[in-house]
Design a protein around this ligand. Structure first.
Ligand code: HSE
Length: 309
């Protein structure tokens, strides 16, 4: 452990739920990502500086990366401190795992500065404190793919049971309409009881999606990306959602849906050309509505948080 040593990491955006797998499935993408630099200090305490203009709190107890680092520090005996600088490119409230990227990037960097003493599962557990602060719930379906990379299944959050799945060779088109949806709000509108017939349909789809990923069966992935529980409630928060889905299908995508708690929408395609056409179709819809938006055409990120220097 060398005081004053610093490390720079790239923490990727993540797409949680993968349509049918609410709180249990997620994957990391190559773009967008946050850049974070962490320095180990001899003086205890956590100093956080945001080099972006999102106005996020910098007090450690109010910052998702801060509380994740605090959870990590509670488990070590040596008193250390950290100085963290965050350059966010993943907009908060985008549905692209912005809070997860901050929390995961911070704990991965801290672990490396401390001599790689924690397992990935430990790091997920620390970073989940950030999700609790951001949304009131310690869900791991953004954190786990951000730390492990690729596609992950959270069979259980308590106790943690994370299964890494192969990353299908698929292209990801994302549209991010410039409205903010807070995960806590998007969770508060969900019904707490569901019908057995809907549950059966949903777990059939989740099992089908996992099997489709394992077998690299694009047809099965396509059929399984259906959500009868969450999407009907949440899609009303996303302008033009049904049109986006229809137009994306027409442009050749395998399907997709709300990214995390929205408002971003993602679609999977089996070629880069189709993914480009899908992004264009999404863009056309928001241009017609007159809603500002960003689009990304990217791929699944098998590495998760990456060390830059
Ligand atoms: N599974 C979480 C939700 C992800 O849908 O509320 C939030 O990014």
């Amino acid at each position: 452990m060398r005081y004053n040593q610093s490390i720079q990491v790239k923490a990727p955006a993540t797409v949680a739920n993968m349509v049918c797998g609410f709180d249990v499935l997620g994957f990391a993408v190559r773009e967008p990502y946050d850049l974070m630099t962490l320095r180990l200090r001899e003086e205890p305490g956590i100093l956080i500086r945001h080099k972006d203009s999102f106005g996020l709190p910098e007090a450690a107890t109010e910052n998702v990366a801060g509380v994740a680092l605090m959870a990590l520090m509670e488990t070590i005996n040596t008193p250390v401190g950290f100085e963290l600088s965050i350059e966010k490119q993943i907009k908060p409230g985008s549905g692209l795992g912005s809070s997860a990227a901050s929390a995961a990037g911070a704990v991965v960097a801290a672990n490396l500065l401390l001599g790689d003493i924690f397992s990935k599962e430990d790091l997920v557990r620390f970073a989940m404190h950030g999700e609790k602060l951001a949304s009131g719930v310690k869900h791991a379906d953004n954190i786990a793919p951000c730390i492990y990379g690729g596609t992950t299944l959270i069979r259980s959050a308590f106790p943690l049971d994370i299964i890494t799945l192969p990353s299908p060779e698929l292209y990801v088109s994302i549209v991010h309409p410039q409205i903010e949806v807070k995960t806590a709000d998007a969770r508060s509108i969900l019904r707490q009881q569901i019908l057995l017939k809907d549950a059966i349909r949903q777990w059939g789809n989740i099992a089908g999606l996992v099997a489709g990923i394992l077998q690299n069966d694009h047809g099965l992935i396509e059929r399984s990306m259906e959500d009868v529980l969450i999407e009907p409630a949440r899609s009303i928060l996303i302008p033009g959602f049904d049109k986006i889905k229809q137009a994306s299908k027409a442009a050749g995508s395998l399907g997709g849906g709300i990214s995390g708690s929205g408002p971003s929408v993602f679609m999977l395609s089996d070629t880069a050309e189709k993914a480009g056409a899908v992004a264009q179709a999404m863009q056309d819809i928001y241009q017609a509505i007159g809603l500002e938006h960003y689009t990304y055409v990217t791929t699944i990120n098998a590495s998760g948080v990456e060390v830059l220097a």
